[in-house]
Design a binder for this molecule. Sequence first.
Ligand SMILES: Nc1ncnc2c1ncn2[C@@H]1O[C@H](COP(=O)(O)OP(=O)(O)O)[C@@H](O)[C@H]1O
Ligand SMILES: [Mg+2]
Length: 337
Amino acid sequence: MKKLKVLALFDAIAPTTIDQDLSAELKTEDWSSEADVLKALRRLGHRTEYLAIFDDLDLLRQKIRYFKPDIIFNLCDQFNNNRAFDQNIAAYLELSGVPFTGCGAAGLTLAKHKGISKKILAYHGLRVPKFVTIPYGGRIVRPKQLEFPLIVKPLNEEASLGISQSSWVDTDHQFKKRVRFLRQNYGHDVIVEEYIHGRELYVSLLGDRKLRVFPIREILFQDVPEGQPRIASYRAKWDYDYRDKWGIDNQFARLNPRLKRRIQRYGRQTFQLLKLNGYVRLDLRITPEEEIVFIEANPNPILARHEDFSHAAVKSGLKYHELIQAILRIGLETVRG
Ligand SMILES: Nc1ncnc2c1ncn2[C@@H]1O[C@H](COP(=O)(O)OP(=O)(O)O)[C@@H](O)[C@H]1O
Ligand SMILES: [Mg+2]
C-alpha cells in the first residue's frame, strides 16, 4: 500500500486544542489502544498526526482542512463524555467525505441498541434472549412473559458499565431494586433479558472483501461455583484481583469443528444484517444443547494489543501492524452512504 496521510482521531474527556500534545496521556493504560495504533501506523510508514476532540467539531473540520488526510483512523467513541454519540461522529465523518476506518453510523446505531439489534436478528430467525425494554420513567413491573432468572442492563451502554453480579435477578424484589439502581445511576432506559446459561464466546470479525472470522475466544469462570451466575461484569472484565479470585480468564475456545463452522456462519449473517463495517467483536453464548444465542455486537472493539480482538487477529497469522494496515485498507474501500 502506498504511504498515506493518516489522521488518528481520539476522544478526550475535557476540552482540547488543535495542536495539543498528548504524549503524557499516551503513556498511560487508559490510552493503550491509541498508543498501540499510533505506533503501528508509524511503523507502517504512514505520515500520521492525531487529534483528540471533546465537544468541538470545529477542531476536526479545521484539522481536515489543513492536514488533508487520506484517511481518518477513527478511535473516537464519545462526544462530550457521552458514548451514545459515537454514531454521530461516524455520521459527521461520512458527511466530510474523508474515508475513515471502522463502522459507519447505521451499523453503530443498530448494533449499540441492545433491543433493536435483537429484533432484527430474531426476524431473520437467529436466536436471541427474550427481552423487554423499560423506558426511563415508566412503571417498573416485571414482564410476565419472562421467567426468572433475568439479567437487567442499561439499554445503551458498553464495556459492562452498569453490569455486576446484582444484574442477575431471581425475584421481583431484586428485579425492582436493580431497575431503580440503574435509573438512578445511568438515567436511561433499561433492558431486561432472560439469562442464557452456557459458555460465553467472543467472535472477532474483519469486514474484508470476504469477511474474515478470527479464532474464537472464550471467557472462563474457573472458580465460580456451579449454580452461580457467570457474568462478564465490570469487575470481571477490568479488575485484575477480582479476575484472579474467581479464576476468570480469556482464552482461545476449544470447539468442535461443526460448532465452529456454525458460529462462523452466524458471525457472517450478523455482520450483514446489522449493517456493520470494518472490525467487530460479537458476544455470544452457547447453550448446553449447543444452540448459539446472540448477546451483542460490538462494532469498533478496543484495538489495544492485549485485548481479545488483537489476540484473535494475531492468532490467525496476522502481525499487529498488518491488522492495522488491513483496517486502513478496508476503510479506504468502504463505500459510505
Ligand atoms: N441475556 C444474557 N444471558 C446471560 N448473560 C448475559 C446476558 N446479557 C448479558 N450477559 C452477561 O453480561 C455481560 C455484559 O453484557 P453485554 O450485553 O455484552 O453488555 P456490554 O455492552 O456492557 O458488554 C455479557 O458479556 C454476559 O456475560
Ligand atoms: Mg458485551
